[in-house]
Design a protein around this ligand. Structure first.
Ligand SMILES: NC(=O)C1=CN([C@@H]2O[C@H](COP(=O)(O)OP(=O)(O)OC[C@H]3O[C@@H](n4cnc5c(N)ncnc54)[C@H](OP(=O)(O)O)[C@@H]3O)[C@@H](O)[C@H]2O)C=CC1
Ligand SMILES: O=CCCC(=O)O
Length: 359
């Protein structure tokens, strides 16, 4: 059997012998991937980056028990949704897309996606529908509003919300989805634009376990690992805690860069020193050099980082957990937003410190 292999967005053919060899050291590879009905894929534990395998015969897309294609919907073609949907299409999945601004669907349609003019019609046409929306308001509107996805859902279908929202919003969407007798999974992602392009996201899922198992092959196309965290709300909480840490890290990194510069240190050397020590983080090495040049090409919009801090602070408030560092960081992102930096990368938060110093 010939198999299609994917490493960092490139698809390569591999013989069955090589497949067997690889699967012996890589638990991500089920032994007869292309030959199994979609519903029978096993639940697998999160596993670090390794090869991904897709059946060439089925263009790598999982099939239903009756051998027909699973129809996958994708709502929201922003920075994240677009490359995620693109990876599904490239893996041979039968994908139908929708976005509020229709023109953002055009590149996906060129790649072979179908288009429907509303979330309702996408959900009605598909077996499982993913949604990657900006914030709680848009996630709720697209799922539960007029002509929202819930209107097109029904028994046997699934809705997977991969947006970053708070637990209450996720539970509200869960309720609307369940009222249609469809299944629901929240699955926010860790990882930004490049990991989305490379299929290297980390999924933080919670909700219907059977839907988790059903969509696992798709999560594995778009990501490098997946966590199942139990009840709806736990995925959202995990994501908000992680992004609260990240937002605070970026804020304090910004302070360090500016303080270093003020006392005459070379910021490039500072970034190098940080990268070699215990506080090394990919984020610093990735963003530091462009921050030094006051360049903030958007991967993770600053407005979304501030939204996540706001939601994380509300989560902390709900359990009376003090989070003074995150609260201070949040103020900095709000200052950055007031300086017109909402759509810049979140690393532009450093500008808020410059603006503060100047005023
Ligand atoms: N960028 C990143 O690095 C990461 C982002 N996230 C999270 O993923 C989600 C999406 O992020 P990202 O792709 O960067 O964001 P973008 O701002 O690039 O995209 C947002 C998407 O939401 C849609 N949208 C916004 N408001 C509405 C509305 N009222 N009704 C319908 N659709 C709406 C936009 O449609 P339109 O095109 O019409 O504006 C667009 O498709 C966010 O929750 C973010 O926090 C998670 C991990 C990483
Ligand atoms: O929500 C955005 C997360 C960005 C990242 O994990 O790099």
């Amino acid at each position: 059997m010939t198999l299609l292999f994917k490493t960092n967005n490139s698809h390569q053919l591999l013989s069955s012998t090589a497949m067997v060899m690889c699967s012996s050291f890589c638990p991500k590879l089920p032994s007869h991937f292309g030959a199994r009905p979609f519903s029978s894929f096993p639940s697998r534990q999160p596993f670090p980056l390794c090869f991904k395998a897709f059946s060439a015969q089925a263009s790598s897309a999982p099939l239903k028990g009756d051998g027909s294609s699973i129809r996958v919907g994708f709502l929201g073609m922003g920075i994240m949704g677009s490359p995620m949907a693109q990876n599904l299409i490239k893996a041979g999945c039968d994908v139908t897309v929708w976005n509020r601004t229709k023109s953002k669907c055009d590149p996906l349609i060129s790649l072979g996606a179908q288009y429907k003019p509303s979330p309702e019609e996408v959900a009605a046409a598909c077996d499982v529908t993913f949604a990657m929306l900006a914030d709680p308001e848009s996630a709720l509107e697209v799922a539960c509003g007029k002509h929202g996805a819930a209107s097109g859902l029904g028994p046997g279908k699934g809705y997977v919300d991969v947006s970053t929202v708070d637990g209450d919003t996720s539970k509200l969407i869960n309720g609307h989805v369940k009222a249609t007798e469809a299944s629901f999974l929240e699955a926010p992602v860790s990882g930004s634009k490049k990991p989305a392009e490379d299929g290297q996201l980390i999924f933080l899922t919670a909700g219907d376990k059977s839907l988790y198992e059903t969509v696992a092959p798709y999560l594995d196309i778009m990501g490098k690992s997946r966590f199942y965290l139990g009840d709806v709300g736990n995925g959202a909480a995990m994501k908000l805690v992680v992004n609260m840490i990240m937002g605070s890290m970026m804020a304090t990194f910004s302070e360090g860069l500016l303080l270093g510069e003020k006392v005459g240190l070379d910021p490039n050397v500072l970034v190098e020193v940080v990268s070699q020590g215990a506080i090394s983080a990919p984020m610093y090495s990735l963003k530091g050099p462009s921050m030094i040049k006051s360049a903030y090409p958007t991967a993770f919009p600053l407005k979304h980082q501030q939204k996540d801090l706001r939601l994380a602070l509300a989560l902390a408030e709900s359990v009376s957990q003090p989070t003074p560092i995150a609260a201070a960081a949040n103020e900095l992102y709000k200052v950055a937003k007031s300086h017109g930096l909402s759509d810049s990368d979140f690393s532009a938060v450093i500008e808020a410190l410059k603006a503060k110093l100047q005023s």
